[in-house]
Ligand binder design. Sequence first.
Ligand code: SF4
Length: 171
Amino acid sequence: MYEGEGRNETATPLKEIFPLADNLALFAITVGETVSSEIEALFEEGDFALAAMLDTVASEATEIAGIIAERRYLEFLVSERRNFGESTVLRYSPGYCGWHVSGQKRLFEFLRPEEVGIILTESYLMQPLKSISGLMVVGRREIHDFEMSYPFCENCRTQECRLRIGTIMKR
Ligand code: SF4
């Protein structure tokens, strides 16, 4: 499924990480259409300050939903005795770090998140906008650690992987 439409970079962090995982799970999460419509309406009405604030809050809520899903998945694995609680979990998404955004297509075919109201556009964007999807990788902390030595890292402005790796090492 990771290969998607065959448009991934040749080498990516996730390609090296997921074979080392103890458990894997696909996910798709949304905070729903209502808040996305409200943000859109506020922008259209010209209330940019309120629209921007609501947009930020909704993004944060989506991220928190992702963190809760990670925790619940780990708890589920422990309760099923498929993991013994020494592992940690981290999310990876199409569109980041060499996993091409077109990977969303195969993910959606497999997971069918339309059932919870998330649809995929022709350009692989999710609707509602405040949605996240990808792969949860459960394993030892160390498997998520890597060097920023991939060709695409040269053009990366956020270098967000450093923050993610730093956070997971402290868990
Ligand atoms: S530097 Fe940027 S592109 Fe490279 S792995 Fe980190 S977040 Fe991904």
